[in-house]
Design a protein around this ligand. Sequence first.
Ligand code: B1M
Length: 210
Amino acid sequence: MADLQALTGAIERGDRKTAAEVTRAAIDEGMDPATVLAAMTEAMDIVGARFQRNEIYVPEMLISARAMKESVAILEPLLVDSGIRPQFTAVIGTVKGDLHDIGKNLVAMMWKGANIEVIDLGANVAPEDFVAKAREHDAKLVGVSALLTTTMVGMKDVVDGIRAAGLTDCRVIVGGAPVTAEFASQIGADGYAPDAATAVEAAKRLAGIA
Ligand code: B1M
């Protein structure tokens, strides 16, 4: 049986080869992708805690993040279904000033798997770019991710920008580790989700199809 502890350890060390091998083995054995993903996410929590204790620094975090991204890419086909017509379009990105994109990528993947057409703007996205892309693609939903307490405040600029542009059919959903439902409501966002799975339900509800 694929050793998920080894997967967590490999991502923590930034050992991409072992992480990919264990991920492939887990998939071949038919393991639940959510369980495999949980083992990867656990590694990032450990890495974050070690960073906070000054045991590791940004380069080590980066190496772990790269290992996680490669392993998530192996899982992607299982998380994303294909061949079914998208129900609506969503734009997603990480807020300006913020380079964290692993959680945002997971939300994008889950949305794609739920037949939502996803326009992924990447990380460090300016509010005006969210607005322009939402307009260009007639998006029903804009998703904004933030991982830093210093950048999450910038989410309000996205909400305000969408409102000021008169995109009345477009809803804004926010998420990311420091973001809470209270904060979402304070900045006038239409929705909040604590994780990628919940983000699917919330997206459909906000788009009026669930
Ligand atoms: Co940074 N970092 N980092 N980092 N980093 C954190 C976030 C931190 C908590 C670490 C720590 O101190 N314990 C801390 C933030 C402290 C704070 O603000 N309170 C921190 C810091 C301080 C920094 C720097 C400032 C460090 C420095 O330079 N001194 C710097 C900032 C750079 C910048 O952005 N301008 C920095 C840099 C980096 C790297 C570039 C090295 C790398 C990111 C690489 C990348 O993403 N491509 C990195 C990493 C890897 C982390 C940790 C270790 C892991 C983040 C992660 O990927 N988690 C992180 C510690 C931690 O989170 N435990 C940390 C796994 C991911 C699956 O979870 O992103 O939370 P998450 O996503 C979840 C949910 O939050 C939710 O669903 C996802 C899946 O369930 N979700 C949404 C996310 N977005 C959503 C959107 C939605 C809905 C749900 O709707 C739209």
